[in-house]
Ligand binder design. Structure first.
Ligand code: NAD
Ligand code: UDP
Length: 320
């Protein structure tokens, strides 16, 4: 942030990543406006922040124009369904929040003279033909496949962010976030970590898609948030990959979670979703060079914290 402490707007702030971002911004001394419709997130995620007079919760759909009073230094635009289960259930809403929602968030940043961070995704690389993925890669997205509602919404958001930067003088940055996990992911979120942890704790079979050989690279949420805030504080335009470069197969993720939960759940192999990316691992050289950032939480430690939280010890962990 240019003024310290300053004021930040976090769209999607009552979601999984957004709630950690709000928590860290408050801990760093900032005032925070959290704007969220609760479509996939909820009040519970930010309940522990509501007592803080510097935290303001606005329940609103960012597809409608929105405003906050006073000066704003930073707009962090995270509002969007993010789990495949959610965006496949809400395809039009996902495209709308990527188009109308991003327009409204950029307009807010323009009116306030604020820096704007676009929370984009590794999904802009689609089912990648380049591995690991560098920011220079243009991606391999099926524009009419089921995942396109999310992938193309984020690609449009990146294009719109770039247009506002180049043609309207808004100070913007694009972060491409890779698979992030941690406490506050909902049991029913549908993404791989909360699903497997929930299943393992319940003694149910772990539903591994395909043969489980597809890969993902899991980043603990506190590390992701730290990367996003370093990027916001830099003058960089991005895009910059934010993620962990330790790659695991989905089957390895299942085995690790089974071990950490002490579960005797078996694995059930289920159908691989259409267009499910076969590999994913960020090249984080740019983030290391520009921001001095790389994730510091070992996957085993981050998963243990997630397991403890999902097992019922739902204390709100302190920020790193
Ligand atoms: P999440 O579903 O927990 O959070 C998204 C939040 O956005 C929710 O609180 C939801 O209610 C809110 N929201 C959605 N549509 C809205 C709208 N129209 N108006 C207002 N609020 C709206 O998901 P998350 O994992 O926290 O993801 C947050 C952001 O980070 C998303 O933009 C996602 O694309 C991006 N991202 C996340 C990951 C990840 O692994 N978690 C990876 C890449 C990118
Ligand atoms: N996956 C799985 N079982 C599940 C949920 C997900 O095997 O119950 C797989 C999914 O097919 C994908 C990977 O885990 O290959 C990551 O899926 P997720 O939905 O977490 O995110 P994605 O990276 O696909 O957006």
């Amino acid at each position: 942030m240019r003024r310290t402490p300053g004021t930040a707007v976090v769209t999607g702030g009552a979601g999984f990543v957004g709630s950690w971002l709000c928590q860290r911004l408050l801990a760093d001394g900032h005032e925070v406006w959290c704007v969220d419709s609760f479509v996939t997130g909820g009040r519970d995620n930010v309940a522990h922040l509501l007592h803080d007079p510097r935290f303001h919760l606005v329940v609103a759909d960012v597809c409608d124009p929105f405003d906050v009073p006073g000066e704003v230094d930073l707009v962090l635009h995270l509002a969007s369904p993010a789990s495949p289960v959610h965006y496949l259930r809400m395809p039009v809403e996902t495209l709308m929040v990527g188009s109308r929602g991003t327009t409204n968030a950029l307009d807010l940043a323009e009116r306030k003279g604020a820096r704007f961070l676009m929370a984009s995704t590794s999904e802009v690389y689609g089912d990648p033909l380049e591995h690991p993925q560098r920011e220079t890669y243009w991606g391999n997205v099926n524009p009419i496949g089921p995942r396109s509602v999310y992938d193309e919404a984020k690609r449009f958001s990146e294009a719109l962010t770039t247009a506002y930067r180049e043609h309207r003088g808004v100070d913007t940055v694009i972060a491409r976030i890779f698979n992030t996990y941690g406490p506050r992911m909902a049991d029913q979120d549908g993404r791989v970590v909360p699903t497997f942890v929930h299943q393992a704790l319940a003694g149910e079979p772990l539903t591994v898609a395909g043969d489980g050989s597809q890969t993902r690279s899991l980043c603990f949420v506190e590390d992701t948030v730290d990367g996003l805030l370093r990027l916001a504080a830099s003058g960089e335009p991005g895009p910059v990959n934010i993620g962990n470069d330790q790659e695991l197969t989905v089957l390895q993720i299942a085995e690790l979670i089974t071990e950490l939960t002490g579960s005797d759940s078996r694995v059930d192999f289920v159908d691989l979703p259409t267009d499910d990316p076969k590999v994913r691992r960020p090249d984080i050289g740019r983030a290391e060079q520009l921001l001095g950032w790389r994730p510091s939480t070992p996957v085993r430690e981050g998963l243990s914290r997630t397991v403890r939280w999902m097992a019922g010890e739902r204390t709100q962990p302190a920020t790193a």
